[in-house]
Design a protein around this ligand. Structure first.
Ligand SMILES: Nc1nc2c(ncn2[C@@H]2O[C@H](COP(=O)(O)OP(=O)(O)O)[C@@H](O)[C@H]2O)c(=O)[nH]1
Ligand SMILES: [Mg+2]
Length: 195
């Protein structure tokens, strides 16, 4: 397989199904806590710094953002688990995420992103249980691996595996560790070879 990451473009942002792009491309969506590194992961995959918008302010991505990479569409979903928002905003986000995950025919797989430094949160566990219940093909990526010493990688991966039941791929947007593996898995998800 070979994904030509140079053939990549931002397609559109959406807050509801009317805004989703009308296309036949298979979509692989990124889910994870706000600020965990979803947008940075997309940038790493396509080798660009400012392709997907990265923010220092947690909770800023309030839209679904669609990016085409050759014949695959990556969907950057709004992050969950951001505490400092009103109940109304929280409901709105949940509706946006759930609406997409349950009703989008193009969706073929998920990349669940967690922070390698911390045990998965209740939100991470809930999302993971949902993916399993839906029989949704997914891969688990533990990002920010550059923030812990190499000697602790295995130990942290073990905590994540014990909580979520699968081995995470260790990833870093900084060092690009795991980049090729994640790119290959994106392609496998998109071509229905996983799950
Ligand atoms: N050191 C380090 N920082 C990262 C990594 N991934 C993301 N970040 C930083 O974490 C913050 C949030 O990243 P972002 O991609 O916007 O998270 P998102 O909200 O999940 O899309 C930004 O300041 C990024 O620079 C990583 O692998 N290593
Ligand atoms: Mg983001």
């Amino acid at each position: 397989m070979k994904i030509n990451v140079h053939d990549a473009e931002f397609l559109t942002s959406a807050v509801n199904p009317q805004g989703y792009p009308a296309h036949d491309l298979p979509e692989v969506a990124l889910v994870g806590r706000s600020n965990v590194g979803k947008s940075s992961l997309i940038n790493t995959l396509v080798n660009r710094r400012k392709f997907a918008r990265v923010s220092n302010q947690p909770g800023r991505t309030q839209t679904l953002n669609f990016y085409r990479v050759q014949n695959i569409c990556l969907v950057d979903l709004p992050g969950y688990g951001y505490a400092r928002v009103s109940a109304g905003t929280l409901r709105q986000w949940q509706a946006m995420i759930e609406g997409y995950l349950t009703e989008r025919p193009n969706l073929v797989g998920i990349i669940q992103v967690v922070d390698v430094r911390h045990p998965p949160t209740a939100d991470d566990r809930q999302m993971n249980e949902w993916l399993r219940a839906m029989d949704m093909p997914y891969v688990l990526v533990a990002t920010k691996a550059d923030k812990i010493s190499r000697g602790r990688h295995l130990q942290h991966a073990k905590v994540i595996r014990e909580t979520l039941g699968v081995d995470p791929i260790l990833f870093s947007a900084q060092t690009k560790q795991g980049r090729d593996q994640v790119l290959r898995l994106v392609w496998e998800l998109a071509s229905g070879r996983l799950g």
